[in-house]
Design a binder for this molecule. Structure first.
Ligand code: AMP
Ligand code: ZN
Length: 136
């Protein structure tokens, strides 16, 4: 399969690996948004959250907790964004599920602090009911 993260998992292409267990690997993002930006990646290939392998996603989340603790100690940070993209309009560029761990610092200007604008409660309720009835 022509997947760059599968090739990193298999060792076919190099990475700066920080962590590995049976199900998950974590390595540095080579286009970092901040110092310490890294990716936590299930070893098994699946594209995204939609119908993804829930066991593998759970393992990735457990690994993310361990790696985040290491980041905190190593870099002395107290803030981090966990970001995960699904599909082109969410800016997913590599179609192999992954979690971004992005350390944050005061005034870093990364701009993930969107304003709170109250929504239409009737519309929220309707959408809520539609989603709830679609969850199997
Ligand atoms: P996304 O846009 O959420 O799919 O994120 C994909 C991420 O993978 C981007 O932040 C890239 O910088 C990163 N990336 C792509 N290729 C590599 C690579 N060979 N090693 C490490 N990170 C990579
Ligand atoms: Zn893959």
């Amino acid at each position: 399969m022509d997947c760059i993260f599968c090739k990193i998992v298999s060792g076919e292409i190099p990475s700066f690996k920080v962590y590995e267990d049976d199900a998950t690997i974590a390595f540095m993002d080579i286009n970092p948004l901040s110092e310490g930006h890294l990716l936590v990646v299930p070893k098994r290939h699946f594209a995204d959250l939609f119908g993804g392998d829930t066991d593998a996603m759970g393992s990735a989340m457990t690994a993310a907790g361990k790696v985040a603790a290491g980041l905190k100690t190593a870099l002395g940070i107290d803030s981090l964004n966990l970001v995960q993209a699904n599909g082109p309009w969410a800016a997913q560029s590599v179609p192999h599920f992954h979690l971004h761990l992005i350390p944050r610092k005061e005034g870093d200007g990364l701009g993930m602090d969107w304003p709170l604008v109250q929504g239409d409660m009737e519309a929220i309720k309707k959408t809520c009911e539609s989603i709830a009835s679609a969850i199997t």
